[in-house]
Design a protein. Structure first.
Length: 98
């Protein structure tokens, strides 16, 4: 999965579930960043690293597995495949999108 593929998938999921997350978050990878802002309508998804209370740091490969349902978010966090920087409560709310 490329950063462009991941960004497109996040955009698609954000459109389907618009307003359910109602927060901002960043997803940070070696290849770049995806910024999700569900506080505005329509939901903003970009590759800019903008201010957000929560940043999830992981490999793009693991993010793809997470989006496809092949990686449990809690197990990813507990095993160190995903790190949460900032507000962990915001990270927990992401389950409403994915």
């Amino acid at each position: 999965m490329t950063l462009a593929d991941a960004t497109a998938k996040v955009k698609s999921m954000a459109e389907i579930h618009s307003g359910k997350f109602n927060q901002k978050a960043n997803f940070k990878f070696e290849e770049g960043t995806i910024h999700l802002d569900d506080t505005v309508s329509p939901t903003l998804v970009s590759n800019e690293e903008l201010s957000a209370p929560c940043t999830l740091v992981m490999s793009l490969d693991n993010f793809g597995k997470l989006l496809d349902g092949n990686l449990n978010p809690m197990m990813a966090f507990m095993s160190g495949k995903m790190k949460v920087e900032g507000d962990k409560g915001v990270a927990m709310k992401l389950s409403s999108l994915f």
